[in-house]
Write a protein of this length. Structure first.
Length: 117
């Protein structure tokens, strides 16, 4: 399933690879790791091919309406988003072992404050 999702989201790249797309559109698309890495790869290739190279000093430079640093930040944001989603789903849809919690368990007082015995 993960591989199929990767390839499906990488098709978004074909929509945003145009130089006329705004930085905002490319940043939103970069939330998907496949798209972000492809956009960052273009920047990396161009910086290296020009002989300048890519480093922390120029990672935030805008090139074709995308910054290499944006890819790094979006990957960090995506990581924590998927981590939290995974932890939530692990409680709502546990494997063979575990106690199933209701969908709204995050909004219960007992989850945050504990149960007094």
């Amino acid at each position: 399933f993960g591989t199929m999702l990767f390839y499906l989201t990488s098709f978004i790249f074909t929509v945003v690879q145009d130089e006329n797309k705004s930085e905002t559109e490319k940043n939103v698309a970069a939330y998907f790791p496949a798209v972000g890495v492809q956009l960052a790869g273009i920047n990396l290739l161009e910086f290296e091919a020009s002989g300048v190279g890519l480093n922390f000093d120029n990672a935030s430079e805008l090139y074709k309406n995308f910054k290499f640093a944006t890819c790094l930040w979006m990957n960090i944001i995506t990581f924590f988003t998927l981590l939290l989603l995974g932890l939530y789903l692990e409680n709502v849809l546990p494997a063979a072992v575990g106690v199933r919690k209701p969908v709204w368990y995050l909004f219960t007082k007992s989850y945050w404050c504990g149960v007094k015995h």
